[in-house]
Design a protein around this ligand. Structure first.
Ligand SMILES: *Cc1c(COP(=O)(O)O)cnc(C)c1O
Length: 230
């Protein structure tokens, strides 16, 4: 299977899941999670029609973004956890940051975006499984962080993101996707805002995520194949 074959297969699965749940497949962005992948493979995915790429580490992402700067229609997203001291670079390089999860980071993104005259698009990452090892704000603390970040002049909150606990049976991911959707609906109601995005679903469970309302699915191995150990 080539990367092009893989992309076709992913598109097909997205289309079927959208159809099954009465959604328009065009409302769903397939974002290729390109961590550890060389630029040659990113170009192959680009040639297969992918325009959204997600990197996990700021430094690694910056390097690839610089190397691929002629591909001006690529949308680069930061999908990995963000250290406060890297916010400055993240804001310069990435169109969207999926991993806002604490007030201190909101302060820093706001400050750094302000300095370059940008309004930074972000998603708030929610630790839906309340796992010790994961990034993300706890569901019980989401409202407070949302309200805090909403007041920041240079931050534009577009929705929520989650990485549920890994469970082989993808049906077991469904309750976490439902939770994220409900959290988003509650925020919309409570604050009278529209949050267009739910970033959820990875290679093994993105069809379920689409059925539950995902607007961005983040796909690594199903597009690029197994990652080499870093
Ligand atoms: C690696 C990664 C993905 C994609 O994972 P796959 O299982 O390879 O599809 C999605 N989201 C984040 C945040 C990741 O780090």
């Amino acid at each position: 299977m080539t990367i092009k074959d893989n992309v076709e297969k992913v598109k097909d699965i997205v289309n079927k899941a959208a159809e099954k749940s009465g959604r328009n497949p065009e409302d769903i962005i397939i974002l290729a999670a390109s961590k550890t992948q060389p630029v040659e493979k990113i170009i192959q995915a680009y040639n297969a029609g992918i325009r959204y790429f997600g990197e996990n580490r700021v430094q690694e992402g910056m390097k690839k973004i610089d190397q691929l700067k002629n591909y001006t229609d690529i949308h680069w997203h930061l999908i990995g956890g963000l250290q406060t001291n890297k916010a400055k670079y993240a804001v310069r390089y990435f169109e969207m940051i999926h991993s806002l999860d604490r007030k201190q980071l909101a302060d820093e993104i706001d400050k750094r975006a302000g300095k370059i005259g940008k309004k930074q698009d972000v998603l708030i990452e929610v630790n839906v499984g309340e796992e010790e090892s994961k990034y993300g704000v706890k569901p019980s603390e989401l409202k407070e962080l949302f309200e805090y970040s909403l007041k920041k002049e240079n931050i534009n909150i577009l929705g929520l993101m989650c990485i549920p606990p890994y469970i082989e049976d993808k049906e077991k991911s469904r309750p976490y996707f439902v939770l994220l959707r409900k959290l988003k609906e509650n925020l919309q109601k409570e604050f009278g805002v529209t949050l267009p995005h739910l970033s959820m679903g990875m290679s093994h469970d993105f069809d379920v995520a689409v059925e539950e309302g995902a607007t961005i699915v983040r796909i690594g191995t199903a597009i690029f194949g197994e990652r080499e150990a870093p």
